[in-house]
Ligand binder design. Structure first.
Ligand code: SF4
Length: 310
């Protein structure tokens, strides 16, 4: 079973060559309701392990200049891989200017060895679907002994020490973590963190259990409940249905003041006349662009200095 896959073009992370640290079977410390893999019993260690040398040899055959990022992932949770630290050291020796990224569910940040290994990567994406015990357990169905308050504490600490680009992903499931109360608590935690971008997503692929995602409008409404200073991005567009409403100049500026938008957002939100008004404001430099991670956002010129970005 091959460990290397891709490259795939990721809108959020660029051209990505993937490393699957559990190519033969699902090995995960969560059993999320929305997982695109089949439901499975949770585990806190890998039983089926690929050698570091095997991965690196395979990777060398695929590494070339067109790759933006080497993404460490798994059928399951990649940080359960017992040689993660050795693998990251080996990657850092051969990657040249290519970035390294890991997609993790955050649970093993409480393990000092994993915490320190992740510090050596260029980019880290932490999932954080819920911050209250009850909602966390219902949506992510963690392995016994995993406590969300400990994960949150470590995620905040990590965000302050880490020098690379840190992305947070919240995946919303209808009726579970999309309540006003949970979003308020997520917001409180995010305000304590120093992050590059917060990606809001929902169920885009057939889930392991019978749960449903949010519509684009619901995601957009949820995004407005977060503090305007947070670099929130709606990452999920599968359920996007155009809003195409008329916005006057002031409404356009107010919308971007509340929340920076990508061109995809603009296309979904504004009708044709409003898009022309938007372009005019752009040509007058009342609106400017700002790159956050791999994505370009439109923000108010007045906010350019105010909004932080790692
Ligand atoms: S953490 Fe990822 S792999 Fe594990 S169950 Fe959740 S979605 Fe699936």
């Amino acid at each position: 079973m091959k460990s290397i896959f891709g490259p795939v073009n990721s809108r959020r992370f660029g051209s990505s060559l993937g490393i699957d640290l559990s190519p033969a079977l699902k090995q995960c410390n969560f059993d999320c309701l929305y997982c695109e893999l089949a439901p499975s019993a949770t585990t806190d260690k890998q039983a089926n392990v690929v050698e570091v040398a095997t991965i690196i040899n395979e990777l060398r055959e695929h590494l070339n200049d067109k790759i933006d990022v080497i993404t460490i992932t798994a059928n399951g949770e990649p940080t359960l891989y017992p040689y993660l630290d050795e693998l990251i050291d080996a990657l850092n020796k051969i990657k040249n200017s290519t970035q390294t990224l890991i997609l993790t569910n955050s649970a093993t940040l409480v393990d000092e060895k994993v915490f320190n290994s992740l510090l050596k990567l260029d980019q880290v994406k932490l999932s954080l679907d819920a911050v209250t015990d009850n909602v966390f357990k219902r949506i992510d169905r963690p392995h016994v002994g995993i406590k969300i308050e400990e994960i949150v504490k470590k995620a905040i600490e990590f965000s302050h020490i880490y020098k690379g680009k840190l992305f947070i992903e919240i995946l919303f499931v209808h009726g579970l973590n999309d309540t006003k109360e949970e979003i308020e608590k997520l917001n409180e935690v995010l305000l304590k963190m120093d992050v590059t971008r917060v990606d809001l997503g929902t169920i885009d692929r057939p889930p392991a259990y019978p749960v449903v995602g949010l519509s684009y409008k619901e995601l957009h409404d949820a995004s407005l409940l977060f503090d305007a200073s947070l670099p929130i991005h709606i990452a999920s567009r599968v359920h996007a249905e155009p809003n195409n409403r008329a916005y006057d100049d002031e409404e356009i500026l107010n919308t971007l003041d509340k929340r920076p938008q990508t061109i995809e957002d603009i296309n979904l939100l504004f009708d044709e006349e409003s898009k022309k008004r938007f372009q005019k404001l752009l040509s007058e430099s009342k609106i400017v662009t700002k790159k956050v991670g791999n994505l370009e956002f439109f923000i108010l010129h007045a906010n350019e200095q105010r909004k932080r970005a790692k």
